[in-house]
Design a protein around this ligand. Structure first.
Ligand SMILES: [Fe+2]
Length: 324
């Protein structure tokens, strides 16, 4: 397993991965592209015994795999679908999934699946509710769950805790870990008129095992999380910080609409290397200064993150950061 400059070896140090999409199956099987790892959408495989599952098994023989779900509905008031979780566990065991993730959201109620990742009000009552459900799911899965910050388009009047603080408390209570979607941070903050830099500053990076990147559609007054285009410059800037603060967490590109050829998707995630190298270069410079005769002053001046020098237009009528 790769070793970072800090000397730490982490189980989340998978490198740069690509979301597994069925349009790329033939290319991957035939060409075995030099991708570090893949993330598979759990629901695309857990109920299938046919070719998709056989393909996943074959890919698992050659690449590390992570399972990423969209139907756990951890925030719903419906009973936990124990059959779903058992089938998920079976698939995770079969392909030796490095971890299993889903979203901090609810997807349905009264047995109806909306197939949308719906936001939750963030407060103590919801935290207690989700905490008990994460415990139950982890017991059934036999492993800790990884939860992702969703993209959101509204805020609830009943929310009185920030998303980073909510996720930190959830991790403390359950031992679950986090998938930080950097694009979702940007989308949600823009739509809410809040500061993505402040979001990252408050985020519990010690719990992060994975980062997501994706493209979005900017509609002027709001942003839609479309996953159908390259990653924006503003999101890359946030990524550089998130990657550094997470200690080099596994990074994955999601591309779900107008999916181009595999090589194009792979090339997009490999752009991360530019930002990683810049971060490593700055850190090496800081180390060199810190070990010199001015070590004390340099250490005092060293900042962990790179300031995000963009401002987001205010969609809620208040002054905000704006996009680059
Ligand atoms: Fe994501």
């Amino acid at each position: 397993m790769p070793q970072r400059r800090s000397g730490r070896v982490r189980d989340n140090d998978l490198g740069l991965g690509v979301g597994l999409r069925n349009t790329h199956f033939d290319h991957i099987l035939a060409e075995r592209p030099a991708v570090d790892w893949f993330e598979a959408i759990s629901e695309n495989f857990m109920d299938s015994g046919g070719r998709p599952r056989a393909v996943l098994h074959e890919i698992a023989r050659h690449y590390p795999l992570v399972l990423h779900g969209v139907s756990l509905s951890i925030g719903s008031t419906d009973p936990i679908d124990r059959g779903y979780v058992r089938r998920l566990r079976r698939l995770a065991d079969e392909v030796d999934a490095r971890w299993v993730s889903d979203h901090l959201c609810w997807t349905g109620v009264l047995g109806i699946n909306s197939h949308d990742l719906l936001p939750l009000p963030l407060n103590a009552e919801v935290l207690a509710h989700v905490t008990s459900r994460v415990h139950a799911v982890q017991d059934l899965l036999g492993r800790s769950l990884v939860l992702e910050n969703p993209s959101t388009y509204l805020r609830f009047r009943d929310s009185d805790v920030s998303e980073p603080d909510f996720l930190r408390a959830l991790c403390d209570a359950t031992g679950c870990r986090l998938l930080l979607d950097v694009n979702n941070v940007y989308v949600s903050c823009y739509n809410a008129g809040t500061d993505p830099q402040a979001y990252l500053d408050a985020f519990p990076f010690d719990r992060v095992v994975q980062l997501h990147l994706a493209g979005h559609q900017h509609c002027g007054t709001h942003i839609v999380d479309t996953h159908d285009r390259p990653v924006s410059d503003a999101v890359w800037a946030l990524f550089a910080q998130a990657w550094q603060r997470s200690g080099g967490a596994a990074t994955l590109l999601e591309w779900d609409g107008d999916v181009p050829a595999f090589a194009r998707v792979h090339a997009e995630v490999l752009r991360a290397k530019e930002f990683m190298a810049a971060v490593e270069g700055r850190s090496a410079q800081a180390d060199a200064v810190a070990s010199g005769p001015w070590a004390r002053d340099a250490a005092a001046d060293q900042v962990l993150s790179t300031p995000v020098d963009f401002l987001v237009p205010d969609v809620m009528g208040r002054s905000r950061l704006q996009s680059a």
